[in-house]
Design a protein around this ligand. Structure first.
Ligand code: KIV
Length: 267
């Protein structure tokens, strides 16, 4: 499906029709343009940009200003796409009023279509308020990177007795009005059960094949992130190797006097 004309309604229709929904998390003009040209359904401007783009150890230091900056660039590259902005750590936890202001700001200043908020029951009231103000909300449960310290590091969330909590969190944010929920690092059978009993769209990352859709980070998908490769990441091209070889050839050609040639020179 072309990215043109993607709306909350068209995404929910896809779920009802059993058609898979595609999402890529990215942070810049050029990659967003490629995503739109390829026909992706949604672009998430994820706070993973803190780690992938800025080289930080966690997503925690990312600010609202940085999310606004990156989302504006993504919107310029993908004018027709359905764009979701990740609300960064502590931009929505302090009070409902501050959260409404921050979410309102990113929607007003960036032209994004929806906000994403991590958490379960504890963010249900906020989701309800945002939805009643006309801001579409995407939830995010299972492994929630902003709670990395509380969760004790990266891990699967929802095995054994933790499954009940994941089910309850999903129900709470769905009932509050989230039209879509990211399930991160959740056992595949739990993701299947949740998806089959949900009105909201489920988007999996490390949650198996049964979700309504899937999300990957652009830089993982194109193989530019080499240091870590979680089990759920699939590299569709070995980007880092290809780019490194191109850079090596540039160095060789400059050092060897081959580049620039007449072709790249002005008369
Ligand atoms: O920040 C991000 O990119 C995300 C996705 C991986 C779901 O939250």
């Amino acid at each position: 499906m072309s990215a043109e004309g993607v709306t909350v309604r068209s995404l929910l229709k896809k779920k009802r029709e059993g058609k898979k929904i595609t999402m890529i998390s990215t942070y810049d003009y050029l990659s967003a343009r490629l995503c739109q040209q390829a026909g992706i359904d949604c672009i998430l401007v994820g706070d993973s940009l803190g780690m992938v783009f800025q080289g930080l150890d966690t997503t925690l230091p990312v600010t609202v200003d940085e999310m606004v900056y990156h989302t504006k660039a993504v919107r310029r590259g993908a004018r027709e796409s359905f764009i979701i902005v990740d609300m960064p750590f502590m931009s929505y936890q302090v009070s409902i009023e501050e959260a409404l202001k921050n979410c309102g700001r990113v929607i007003k200043e960036t032209g994004a279509n929806a906000v994403k908020i991590e958490g379960g029951e504890e963010v249900a009231e906020l989701i309800h308020r945002l939805v009643s103000m006309g801001i579409p909300v995407v939830g995010h449960i299972g492994f929630t990177p902003q709670s990395i310290h509380a969760l004790g590091g990266y891990r699967v969330v929802g095995r054994a007795e933790e499954a009940t909590r994941v089910r309850e969190d999903f129900r709470a944010i769905e009932d509050a009005g989230a039209f879509m929920v990211v399930l991160e690092s959740v056992p595949k059978d739990l993701a299947k059960e949740i998806t089959e009993n949900s009105r909201a769209i489920t988007i999996g990352i490390g949650a198996g094949p049964y979700c309504d859709g899937q999300v990957l980070v652009f830089y993982d998908l194109v193989g530019l992130v080499e240091e870590i490769k979680p089990k759920f990441v699939k590299r569709y091209v070995e980007g880092a190797r290809i780019f490194r070889e191109a850079i090596k050839r540039f160095i060789e050609e400059v050092e060897g006097g081959v580049f620039p040639s007449e072709v790249e020179s002005y008369g």
